[in-house]
Design a protein around this ligand. Sequence first.
Ligand SMILES: Cc1cc2nc3c(=O)[nH]c(=O)nc-3n(C[C@H](O)[C@H](O)[C@H](O)COP(=O)(O)O)c2cc1C
Length: 332
Amino acid sequence: MSVRNLVGRMIPGDLKYYMYSLNYYWEDIRRYKKYSNGYLSPNKEKILLGKIIVTYHIIEKGLTMPDMRPGFGKDALHTLIGLCHTYIGKQCNQQDDHFTHAVKLLNEYVRVHKALQFSLDPLLLEKIKALSERTKVMDTCSQLGCDNDEYFRHADSPFRDFAFSRHSIRNFINKPVDRELILKAVEIAQKSPSSCNRQPNRVYILENRENIQWLLESQKGNRGFGQMIDKVIVLTAEVGVFNGFTERNEAFLNSGMYAMSLLYGLHYYRIGAVSLAYVRVSREDDKKLRALCGIPDSEVVSMLIGCGHVPGKLSIASSPRYKVDKIVKVVS
Ligand SMILES: Cc1cc2nc3c(=O)[nH]c(=O)nc-3n(C[C@H](O)[C@H](O)[C@H](O)COP(=O)(O)O)c2cc1C
């Protein structure tokens, strides 16, 4: 027997498992640490742009809130202006659609407040004007406004129209969503593909007001509209059906695909819905949610979906997308 085999036999199975898996997890950690925005390279173009998008999205969402609070988002506005100047200073691409959208959104913020005859802080106005002049982006970008019928007018349309008509909804009326409708939407989501048809996805529907309120407070990404959400859907995936380190991300991948189908299912049944990230829920609250819903330790919680009925008139964040040629590379 070779020395290698001998040593291999002497190492307990569990330890071997951890040693092999470390390679894979280490590669995940390495890549994430090197390229994601929380760590070492705060000034790289992609990272700056990511921060610009996240920050302008706060303003964009604020502008669509049913009870928009004039003068909202002061910190986010100053942060966004600062990020834009850093972006320009680093010679990043000022033609990027998201960069120009950020400046247009700042201009839109000013326009909306002018229309409301609300006096904004002169320093803020000055800074927005200076940024517009520096970038030569003087126009605005309005958010989408529509009524309920218009929003769902493509619910039965061919898929292209249907898909383009779905948006995240952050404005709901005080009317309970029929549980049966959600279950019908889940039936559609059940048709999602899954790795080897292992169907790891599980769905928990929170109906109790107090539980919903508690979870949304913990979630944190629903300020200004969470109180209007009627039901919260918790999406999880069972890790137990996966095998080996190479499948370590499959639970989240399958759950993401499932979530999209469910969002389409809800849209089809004319239920407004918004995805809610599960990334800021503390470990303690994760435990609490698991106990509350009976979510076993073997499942990962991937995200939440808040849903409710859509009001007669509503405003929707425009959330522009990159053009296809920006993100596709054909390798022929
Ligand atoms: C995983 C995930 C997490 C999200 N979390 C939040 C959130 O916490 N709060 C929120 O208002 N929107 C959230 N969204 C919605 C996105 O902001 C939205 O999908 C994006 O801006 C595109 O807009 P659209 O859905 O209207 O097309 C999330 C979306 C995804 C996919």
